[in-house]
Design a protein around this ligand. Structure first.
Ligand code: FE2
Length: 253
């Protein structure tokens, strides 16, 4: 199974389009066109949030227009800029999920590898949130199919993202992160965890679970270190083998 991972497109739709808004649209379109042109077309595309810059209906219209030009199914998880409810209101029908929930924690069961979106956005601010309700929903979903390889995708990385000596977490309540980490370690079917939010590449492991952070497609917001800077956006292609492991290719558009 081949999964294309994109993130942080921050699509804007001002009344008068400007250089930044047009560039972000252009970069998003480049990624979509590149995915469509691959010799082996991915089975699915996941977007790990901040699809839009302000969670506005008109921004979703523009972003969905681009997503719908994909030749493969796509799935979304909300970022802090999207907001759970705004994304749910604008995208639930496209994702075939119910609007009768207060977060976008949901599973996709139609592929050989199961996908679970973990909604980390918070009504309190830009930092991540993993409430008891969300963790319980995740637990229920993981209990449903314990033998099927599973991939988690979420906006805020649930681990320290500091390059320095200390730890730094993009979450309001670090205790909830410990609960999350303890929870996922009980489920050996989880083989990968994909995130966005920090706008730079970051790879780590949580126990036996590999974790990757995709840099932003919106390059004007890039936080990549100088050595990773690019002129055109990149995205990640994850190739899964036997549902046990995967390799990642950084794809230049
Ligand atoms: Fe972002």
């Amino acid at each position: 199974m081949l999964v294309a991972h994109i993130s942080d497109t921050h699509i804007m739709a001002p009344k008068e389009p400007n250089e930044r808004s047009l560039e972000r649209i252009n970069f998003f379109q480049r990624c979509v066109e590149d995915i469509n042109s691959l010799r082996t077309i991915p089975d699915v595309v996941i977007h790990t949030g901040d699809l839009t810059d302000n969670g506005l209906p008109q921004e979703y219209i523009v972003a969905k227009d681009i997503l719908k030009s994909l030749n493969v199914p796509f799935f979304l998880t909300p970022g802090n800029r999207d907001g759970s409810m705004s994304m749910m209101n604008s995208c639930a029908e496209d994702l075939n999920i119910s609007k009768n929930h207060n977060s976008m924690v949901y599973a996709v069961n139609e592929f050989s590898i199961r996908l679970i979106s973990i909604d980390t956005s918070s009504a309190r601010g830009p930092k991540g949130d993993l409430s008891k309700k969300k963790l319980q929903k995740l637990k229920n979903l993981l209990n449903d199919y314990r033998d099927q390889p599973t991939l988690l995708f979420m906006h805020h990385p649930p681990f320290s993202i500091s390059f320095g000596d200390g730890s730094y977490f993009e979450y309001d309540q670090p205790n909830s992160l410990k609960e999350f980490n303890d929870l996922i370690q009980n489920y050996t079917q989880i083989i990968g965890l994909f995130c966005g939010h920090i706008h730079r590449t970051y790879n780590t492991t949580l126990g036996n679970i590999a974790a990757n952070v995709m840099p932003s497609i919106a390059l004007d917001l890039s936080q990549e270190r100088i050595s990773n800077k690019v002129d055109l956006p990149v995205y990640h292609l994850h190739k899964f083998y036997d549902g046990l492991r995967y390799e990642t290719e950084i794809r230049h558009t």
